[in-house]
Design a protein around this ligand. Structure first.
Ligand SMILES: *Cc1c(COP(=O)(O)O)cnc(C)c1O
Length: 405
């Protein structure tokens, strides 16, 4: 008798415990319960699903979780556990994987930015935790390079701090005063700023000011997962649901032990703090761990080749069409994955970028690509399921040929 049949038969015994003794683990009996009928909620609610040839965009639901991660979510949903204990155990594993002193799972990278900053401001003082975003008795300024001062700083100003813009190392030296709480670095803006990541860390260390880096969408290359911890950043923030393919509403805050502990004081399950709304359930905390482990253990050379091969299939389908130009590039910092840039001469291919995107979107299956300049689109392959590159290639060719004069 196969194991599954054995379990199925056991489950029909009137009182399983009495008949088989107490040796059979409870879970085995639970496992015999047939799964509930599958519902196609997308269909039921009329939600459009699509092939994502664009990228790990938040609005497009980020990335798809691997089976192992979905298994982690499902398999941990049947038991209770203390959130702090789940965070302790998962945090220790993540810290080890990423060469950090400590780590905690947050509700996305944004929440890592808020909680990390809050921890810097409050330390382990629970009275201060209760005060935020009022900064009485706390430091109140965060240094940011002018070219890094994007919309993401709103995560920092949530805590009540004020952004102080700097451009050069001399500016930093001048700007630092008794109110300076932290120095923040936006990794993708690194090449645009005058101060490099290493110099930023050195300046922070020189003045004993904690440094934080936002590397939300920069999980690739995989070495980034420990590079900034080793470089000496005190806090490192990353998205769970972009390149790592964890739960989209999870992220990681890692770094110095005392700062992670302070960040957690500002976070659920504790209340009366600014982080109370940034809850992560135990399934997602554990799912984040499994996703990170899988991501780090992936054969990244092989993975890169798969991404390139898919790009080649799509490029080859259209590059000979009169008026169409293709190039393949890799973004320098964020979203590092082969990217197919397609542009066209509008005198030869009579379609606007918006129309072209709309035709792909309305086609069957629906396809999303990135918008580029006037007559240009962008495509990545890391969110494609195996074989979807052929579908995208076909649809691109169809639409370009149709629009050709
Ligand atoms: C996506 C992103 C965030 C927010 O991350 P979430 O995981 O969606 O909370 C923050 N910073 C940058 C640079 C990002 O790209």
């Amino acid at each position: 008798m196969k194991r599954r049949d054995a379990i199925r038969n056991l489950s029909v015994l009137p009182i399983a415990g009495a008949a088989i003794g107490s040796v059979l683990p409870f879970e085995s009996i639970m496992a015999s319960t047939p799964p509930p009928p599958k519902r196609n909620l997308f269909k039921e609610l009329g939600i459009r699903t699509f092939i994502n040839a664009a990228g790990t965009f938040t609005a497009m639901s980020g990335s798809l979780m691997h089976e192992e991660v979905l298994d982690a979510l499902r398999s941990t949903g049947h038991e209770f556990a203390m959130i702090d204990e789940v965070q302790d155990k998962v945090g220790a594993k993540i810290a080890e994987l990423c060469h950090a002193e400590a780590a905690t799972v947050t509700a996305g990278c944004w929440s890592a930015l808020v909680l990390g900053t809050a921890g810097v401001l409050t330390g382990m003082d629970v009275k201060k935790v209760g005060l935020l975003p009022q900064l009485d008795g706390m430091k109140s300024e965060v240094l940011v390079q002018k070219t890094h001062n994007s919309g993401y700083v709103h995560a920092l100003t949530n805590t009540g701090i004020r952004i102080v813009e700097v451009e050069t190392s001399e500016d930093v030296e001048k700007a630092i005063n008794e109110k300076t709480a932290m120095m923040w670095f936006l990794n993708y803006a690194g090449p645009d700023g005058k101060i490099s990541d290493k110099e930023w860390v050195a300046l922070g260390k020189k003045h004993n000011i904690p440094t934080m880096i936002d590397m939300a969408a920069d999980a690739t290359p995989v070495e980034n997962m420990w590079k900034f911890n080793e470089m000496g950043f005190d806090l490192v923030c990353v998205s769970g649901g972009k390149g790592i393919r964890g739960p989209q509403s999870a992220g990681i805050l890692m770094g110095k032990k005392d700062l992670i502990a302070a960040a957690r004081l500002n976070a659920p399950p504790r209340g009366g703090n600014i982080g109370r709304g940034m809850k992560v359930n135990k399934e997602e905390i554990l799912g984040m761990y499994v996703a990170l482990e899988k991501f780090i253990n992936t054969d990244h050379v092989k993975q890169w080749k798969i991404w390139e091969d898919r790009i080649a299939v799509m490029e080859n389908a259209i590059k000979k069409i009169n008026g169409v130009t293709t190039t393949v590039t890799v973004p320098p910092v964020a979203n590092r994955t082969p990217t197919l840039n397609i542009s066209w001469d509008n005198s030869k291919v009579k379609v606007t970028r918006e129309e072209f995107q709309e035709r792909l979107r309305k086609g069957n299956p629906s396809i999303e690509v990135m918008g580029g300049k006037d007559f240009a689109i962008g495509i990545t392959s890391w969110n494609l399921q195996p074989g979807q590159e052929k579908v995208v290639a076909l649809r691109l060719k169809e639409e370009f040929v149709k629009a050709s004069v």
